[in-house]
Each structure stands twice: as structure tokens, then as C-alpha cells.
Design a protein around this ligand. Structure first.
Ligand code: GDP
Length: 439
């Protein structure tokens, strides 16, 4: 849509999310990023210019977002959730823009996973409640590459003193709120919430940068009025981040179905991480039986020897498998196979949940009955306050740290390692009531 790259260039795109209190400048920054990276077509720039002039302003970059949002609502833009821009280094996808209002819910329920986050803060208004809430949720999701942007520096006369004061406040906030998610394998779950030791949270907050989204200072280019700042621009900061490396991860192949084709049993699914080689030894989880890959089947492709992350394929094994099995590599790091999961959930249903009520746990192609056995802590994400410890229920729009007890073992990973295997949905009576992630 808004990308200007050659179709022949291979990009590893980095999904980012842009968050912040309303009016702190998200739309303006997105418009600015698209404009400064040459991702907006000339006719769109002209439109923005005309719309801005009509309201007596210079370039109002937030119009770019308004325009995309309008297109989205009228159903013009085909792929609504993908807004791209590119630097010389790589392509970026801004998650849930335009119309990024639902992003928190989307992120918590796991429909979108950002690898890096830009958190905007209005230099005049300072830290607001929503700023704190966003810090909290970014931390809970385990996003490790965060840049705080102190925006509207033009409105405070590019004051270094004010920037320093806000930086101190933000650093303090992060050290209180954010704990680093445990690394894979998630054998011993630890609390991922506030009040955990600060020592667990190195390097989450990567940079704090003074910017003016409206005038483009420190976005793609520097500004003399901010020459006292010797850190990176927004684009430099983003380019310093790492891209996800799903391909090199251990194999995760959730079995979707098994079809009899020409006398063979073909096991169908999508490779969520890693790769599969013909002849390779696999394990069929949760039982753990070993098997080897006899053939890799793909429509109109003969004699395949390898299949990679993201591919939907059929497999013939020398052992039977069923829907809900997870095939993993015999030699690389194994996932957790467990009947008890410690996780963070976001309660979406209007009705509260009472401890012990039956729920269905769904992760990848797995579906197992169970219940929430422990509600360690309930949080109100608006205030980031613990509502209650060792609670008996979870209410609408609350976040809770819980233990889910299942009737049969399931195969899961840390959300940060392999997103698809670390997020889940809870259902009650056939309706989704909560989304969750395994830290
Ligand atoms: P959002 O609600 O976070 O998307 O905020 P917007 O991008 O819509 O910005 C809110 C208002 O702040 C708009 O009127 C913008 O023009 C203005 N604004 C955004 N960035 C800057 C900036 O760097 N300097 C100044 N002076 N105004 C800005």
C-alpha cells in the first residue's frame, strides 16, 4: 500500500507498534515517518498539503493517517493492518495503523506481535495515566526494544532541562513497571508483573529521544535546535534493532488434519517455527514418540527435501499423528509439555469469571478442557494497580496472572520465543472469553 520498495528486494520487515496517550502525536509521527522515508505517493502528499492549507496550517501529517483511516472505513484499502515504510536497512510494518485503537486488545489476545515499540510522550503534558498503562502492557508482552519519544519539543522551546526531567521520570517508571520475560524454556514460571525485582529488566528501554513529529526533528533528520542531544534519530534507533529470527528457531509444526491421499496418510499443517527436512527425525508431542519424515508434500511440487517457517505443507511420517499433535525436532530445544500453565490473561467477556469454572484452552491446533485454578493477581490496566491478590474472580477488561489447569497435557512455548505457541484463547460455552500469553 504505502511501500515504495522494489518487488525484487528481499526485506526482513520489523513489525513495530506506536503507542501513547491520545493527542501526544501518534498519527503525526506515522505520517512523518511515511513522508520522510518516501513511502507516500506524490498524489497523497498533494492531498495532505491541500487539506492542511484548507484548515490554515502548514503540513499536518496526522492527515495522512486520517486519510488512511477513512479509506479503511470505506473499504478501499485492501490490507488494513499493514502500513509500511522502509529505510536503507529494512522494511517496517506499523501494526494496526491506521485505526490503531484496538491494538492493545489485539496485542494481548495475540493477533499481532510487535518486535519493537515507540512510546510517545507530549513534552508539555508529560506522563499521563495512559502512558503508564502502555508501559505496563509493553512490559507484559515482553517487547524488549522500546524507544520513548518526547514529542512536541518545538512547544517547549527545545528545552534540554524539560527533556532531562521527563527522561528521569520515564526511566523511573520503566524500572518500576517492567520486568523482563523469562527466557525459553519456560520451565519455572516466574511472575511477570510489577513489583518484581528490577534486576530482571535490563535494556528494555533502549532510547529516549527528543523529537518534533510535526517539524520532523530527530525523526529522519537532526535539528540544530536539538544539537545538545547526541543520541540517535528515530530511524537510527529502529535500524539498530534486531529482526525476529523465526527461521533459525526449533521446529514447531501443529497438526491441523490428517488426510488419506492415494493410500498414504498425509499430515497437514503450517510450520510455525523452524524447518523440516526429508528424512529428519521428529518427535510427536505431547506423547513424545519419535518418527521420521518419509516425504514432504506440497500441491504441484514433487520431491521436496525441505520446508520452511510459514509454509503450509503435508507430511508423510512413518508413525501416525492426529490433529492437535505438535511435531518438533528430535534434536533442538523442546517446548514445555504440561497440564498446568502460568500465564497472563486479558479478560474480554462482559461477565466475570469465577475460579474453578470450566473453560476450553485453545493454542495453535490444540484444544483441551480445563479451568483456572489460581488467580494470583488481578490488575486494572488503567491504573496499573493490583486489584487483588489470590483472587476468586476476574472481571471485564482486567488483566490477571493465573494458573490454568488442564485435563490433558498441552505443548506450549514462551510467547517471546515462538509467538504462535505461546498465545492462547480461552473459551466458555463456545465463545472466546479471554486471550492470554505465556511469558
Ligand atoms: P494522536 O492522537 O496521538 O494520534 O495525536 P496526533 O498525531 O493526532 O496529534 C495531536 C495534535 O498534536 C495534532 O494537532 C498535531 O498536529 C499536534 N502535534 C503532533 N506532533 C506535534 C509536534 O511535534 N509539535 C507540535 N507543535 N504539535 C504536534
Amino acid at each position: 500500500m504505502t511501500s515504495n520498495h522494489s518487488p525484487f528486494t528481499i526485506y526482513h520487515s520489523l513489525p513495530i507498534v506506536i503507542v501513547g496517550h491520545v493527542d501526544h502525536g501518534k498519527s503525526t509521527l506515522i505520517g512523518r515517518l511515511l513522508y520522510d522515508t518516501g513511502s507516500l505517493p506524490p498524489e497523497k502528499i498533494e492531498e495532505i498539503r491541500r487539506a492542511s492549507e484548507a484548515t490554515g496550517r502548514e503540513m499536518e501529517f496526522s492527515f495522512a493517517m486520517d486519510h488512511l483511516e477513512e479509506e479503511r472505513q470505506r473499504g478501499i484499502t485492501i490490507d488494513i493492518s499493514q502500513t509500511f515504510f522502509s529505510t536503507k536497512k529494512r522494511q517496517y510494518v506499523i501494526i494496526d495503523a491506521p485505526g490503531h485503537k484496538e491494538f492493545l486488545k489485539n496485542m494481548i489476545t495475540g493477533t499481532s506481535q510487535a518486535e519493537a515499540a515507540l512510546l510517545l510522550l507530549d513534552a508539555v503534558e508529560g506522563v499521563r495515566e495512559q502512558t503508564k498503562r502502555h508501559c505496563f502492557i509493553l512490559g507484559m508482552l515482553g517487547i524488549k526494544q522500546i524507544v520513548v519519544l518526547i514529542n512536541k519539543m518545538d512547544m517547549i522551546n527545545y528545552s534540554r532541562e524539560r527533556f532531562d526531567a521527563l527522561s528521569t521520570e520515564i526511566t523511573e517508571l520503566f524500572s518500576q513497571l517492567i520486568t523482563r520475560p523469562i527466557s525459553h524454556p519456560a520451565a519455572v514460571p516466574v511472575p511477570q508483573f510489577p513489583n518484581s525485582p528490577i534486576s530482571q529488566s535490563p535494556n528494555l528501554l533502549s532510547y529516549i529521544i527528543p523529537i518534533s513529529a510535526r517539524y520532523g526533528s530527530n525523526v529522519a533528520t537532526r535539528d540544530d535546535r536539538l544539537k545538545w542531544f547526541d543520541g540517535p534519530t528515530v530511524l537510527e534507533a529502529l535500524d539498530s534493532f534486531e529482526t525476529p529470527e523465526i527461521e533459525g528457531k526449533p521446529l514447531r509444526f501443529p497438526v491441523q488434519d490428517v488426510y488419506p491421499i492415494n493410500g498414504k496418510k498425509v499430515i497437514v499443517g503450517r510450520i510455525e517455527a523452524g524447518q523440516i527436512n526429508r528424512g529428519e527425525g521428529l518427535r510427536i508431542l505431547p506423547e513424545g514418540e519419535t518418527a521420521s519424515v518419509v516425504s514432504i508434500e506440497k500441491f504441484q511440487e514433487e520431491g521436496l527435501t525441505i520446508a520452511r517457517t510459514g509454509e503450509c505443507i503435508g507430511l508423510c511420517l512413518d508413525k501416525p499423528a492426529v490433529r492437535g499433535n505438535i511435531l518438533v525436532s528430535d534434536t533442538m530445544i523442546s517446548p514445555l509439555v504440561t497440564q498446568s500453565i502460568r500465564a497472563n490473561i486479558f479478560w474480554m467477556s462482559d461477565k466475570p469469571y469465577h475460579k474453578g469454572e470450566a473453560i476450553t484452552f485453545k493454542c495453535a491446533t490444540q484444544e483441551v478442557e480445563g479451568k483456572i485454578g489460581n488467580i494470583y493477581r488481578r490488575f486494572d490496566p488503567a491504573t496499573i494497580k493490583i486489584v487483588e491478590k489470590d483472587a476468586q474472580e476476574v472481571g471485564p477488561a482486567e488483566i490477571a496472572e493465573v494458573e490454568i489447569l488442564l485435563e490433558k497435557p498441552v505443548v506450549v512455548d514462551s510467547f517471546n520465543e515462538i509467538p504462535e505457541m505461546g498465545r492462547f484463547v480461552l473459551e466458555k460455552g463456545g465463545h472466546p472469553v479471554a486471550g492470554g500469553i505465556i511469558p
